[in-house]
Design a binder for this molecule. Structure first.
Ligand SMILES: [Zn+2]
Length: 328
């Protein structure tokens, strides 16, 4: 990786306020010249986590967590180094030097984000062209505002619609494969993974499309829900569907309601409950529990009363109980 110069990092940190960065995620209390809070990196009752506005670093006397605004974002928001730098730069209104963004791995990831964004746009155009898909959304009461809010689209019923539209050369085809948008059969033939499905883009914490969930229109078809596979951008055990939209809808989330599927999230938003999220074809993981509590102090699980819903409820309890503490 091309390295960012130390001078750039120093300048970036000088123009960022660690109290503001930490304080927007952890409830800080002023204590003399410093600020303190219960440590977000270990369980404790008496605060031993301090943020120093003069030294611009944080330190925990309990677990030894220590660092700058950059390491805080990396550890708390779980960002990669360069993403943390970009987040700070964006807040400070500084441009990250271009050459650092030109290394191969980085530009490949950027291309993957762009490919998924293009796929989302394609699905939205196909929704506009499909009365059947629009009828389905109408029947579920999803209005234009929420279709736009969630970027809902439609994958046409064909084996190479997306492949033909976006995989126009060998490099783009390979790119689509890496994003999980194509499947390959035993004979090596590559085709669209999502066909004749209502498409729900899954956004990351910065609002970028990182994967899709597709729901069948035809009740008889299976599987009812199909998600993107795990990719470099998408780790289903760490993402929550709807979290980006919930964070956009509220300045501060008082609570989060975890439901079973994308349509449940969209339906709740449609009825004015804009704090709903869903796990993505997986039980609630420890990472999910952390992510939920980082975003809201109160978390509710609301699953179907059938056997699957009860199992999901139990798994949620198992993930959440070990992380309970005062205020959660
Ligand atoms: Zn600590």
């Amino acid at each position: 990786m091309a390295r960012l110069s130390d001078a750039f990092i120093d300048d970036l940190l000088a123009r960022s306020d660690i109290v503001e960065i930490v304080g927007s995620r952890v409830p800080l209390k002023r204590k003399g010249r410093e600020y303190s809070a219960p440590c977000p990196f270990h369980d404790e009752r008496t605060p031993s986590f301090y943020v120093s506005p003069t030294k611009q670093f944080y330190h925990c006397f309990g677990c030894g967590a220590h660092g700058t605004a950059i390491s805080f974002l990396m550890n708390y928001d779980r960002l990669e180094f360069l993403d943390a730098v970009e987040e700070l730069a964006r807040r400070a209104g500084i441009e990250v030097p271009k050459e650092t963004r030109q290394n191969n791995k980085d530009s490949d990831l950027r291309d993957q984000y762009a490919a998924l964004e293009a796929a989302a746009k394609l699905f939205q155009r196909q929704l506009a062209d499909s009365p059947r898909a629009r009828d389905y959304l109408d029947s579920r009461g999803v209005d234009a505002e929420n279709r736009a809010r969630f970027g809902i689209g439609y994958a046409a019923d064909g084996y190479s619609t997306l492949k033909d539209a976006l995989g126009t050369d060998e490099r783009r085809l390979k790119l689509l494969e890496r994003t999980g948008m194509l499947s390959k059969n035993d004979r090596g033939h590559v085709y669209d993974k999502f066909r004749d499905r209502v498409m729900f883009p899954i956004h990351d914490r910065r609002g970028r499309v990182i994967a899709f969930g597709g729901r069948v229109l035809d009740k008889e078809a299976s599987p009812k829900y199909l998600n993107s596979p795990e990719t470099a951008l998408f780790h289903k055990g760490r993402e929550l569907y709807g979290l980006w939209q919930a964070r956009q809808a509220s300045q501060k989330l008082e609570r989060l309601i975890v439901v079973e599927g994308y349509m449940d999230v969209v339906a709740l938003f449609q009825h004015g409950i804009t704090q709903a999220v869903a796990t993505l074809g997986t039980a609630t993981t420890a990472d999910h529990a952390e992510l939920l509590f980082r975003n809201a102090p109160d978390v509710y699980f609301c699953f179907d009363g059938d056997a699957a819903g009860r199992r999901a409820g139990w798994r949620a309890v198992e993930s959440v109980l070990p992380r309970m503490k005062d205020g959660r």
